[in-house]
Design a protein. Sequence first.
Length: 329
Amino acid sequence: MQTLIYFLFVVMALSGVISSSQADLKLNYYAETCPKAEKIVLDYVHEHIPNAPTLAATFIRMHFHDCFVRGCDASVLLNFTSSSGNQTEKTAVPNQTLRGFGFIDSVKSLIEAECPGVVSCADIIALVARDSIVVTGGPYWKVPTGRRDGTISNASEALANIPAPNFNFSALQTSFVNKGLDLKDLVLLSGAHTIGIAHCPAFTSRLYNFSGIPGKEDPSLDSEYAENLKEKKCKSINDNTTIVEMDPGSFRTFDLSYYSLLLKRRGLFESDSALTKNSITLSYIKKLLQGSLQDFFQEFALSMEKMGSIQVLTGSAGEIRKHCAFVNS
């Protein structure tokens, strides 16, 4: 009982932090200082994402990874800070497969040409993530702006804060609670796995070395699906190059297929499978599948709005970087 009370206290306290931060953000924050900013982002996304639609999954992942480390402050974009000794978040294992940094830099350059030193890289990530998902047929969510950029980026913090694909339910719950997010947010944000791809090292232990036992397969993984992964995709535990669709047959479409696969024991990651092993998260999954796609979009939007407000820097905190990959000199 004491543990439950403590858990609820932590959730309430962290939720208060997020609410306070969110109050400092507002829609159309740049209406007077850079009125064309959001249109510049949207136009660039509309011009380029249709030719590279898989980047939509990349940018929502980038946004997620950024917000889970020091809050949504664009620290994931930094190449070097004096405090990190060049071991920035980019170099951490969870971020080594991130891409699209050049895309963000291009958007930043366009906005800097319009209004120098006004729009943060953190806001650009948030806007690009949303607009990329929308232009590829996914949900729309509100993106209040006014974030400022951080000046610290450490690989060790990324490794410690970004939920890993081999997390069990307890680890996932703790990770999300620490950011002021609840179990419903966990289920909904995991739904972003309905698009995109993964590299074999993120899950091959489930196929070849489960629980550290050579040759053992994760019994919670559908055997037919596991066999298909081994025969046609990741043919050895040492395969570091092959990519696999996270939502086979539907990985370009933002839909409910991901949740259907979870109930068939075909979630690619252990962290996906973990969502079915708790009665609360399992009930959320079933409720989503009983509802409409539009219901899912609306719920997903609310969780994205919460996530985008985690520990944001506002006011005089942080800075507005001139270049997203470097702190201002």
